[in-house]
Design a protein around this ligand. Sequence first.
Ligand SMILES: N=c1c2ncn([C@@H]3O[C@H](COP(=O)(O)OP(=O)(O)OP(=O)(O)O)[C@@H](O)[C@H]3O)c2ncn1[C@@H]1O[C@H](COP(=O)(O)O)[C@@H](O)[C@H]1O
Length: 106
Amino acid sequence: MNDILNRLEATIAARRAAGDAGASHTAALLAKGRRACAQKFGEEAVEAVIAAAAGDREELVKESADTLYHLLVMLAALDLPLSEVLAELERREGVSGLAEKAARGG
Ligand SMILES: N=c1c2ncn([C@@H]3O[C@H](COP(=O)(O)OP(=O)(O)OP(=O)(O)O)[C@@H](O)[C@H]3O)c2ncn1[C@@H]1O[C@H](COP(=O)(O)O)[C@@H](O)[C@H]1O
């Protein structure tokens, strides 16, 4: 799974560098700034929630893909590499559920 996410992250970076908002959805979204990217991620996540609540597996696959793509665009808008998110997941792997909860203060 990391392969496609890493490739997509590289594509997003390339589209941003090219900066052709007329030809690229990614470049157009990034040009609108981090708030617009965050809002779009939120919209796509809500659409995934709606599909899940309706029990629509086919729609959930599509909305989940939209959500992952827009998560990567949002991270790019903040110059936050995906590797930092994956490292956080890996760090949590080494912590039990209860210890993790305590570490997060809850
Ligand atoms: N994975 C995606 C991807 N998922 C969703 N989307 C786009 O995200 C948009 C979200 O759907 P919406 O119905 O909300 O879009 P919309 O109606 O255009 O809404 P607005 O963006 O105008 O608000 C659609 O235009 C989708 O095409 C994506 N656009 C691009 N990618 C990947 O990014 C790569 C680069 O794309 P470009 O930047 O367009 O070259 C592509 O090769 C893909 O791999």
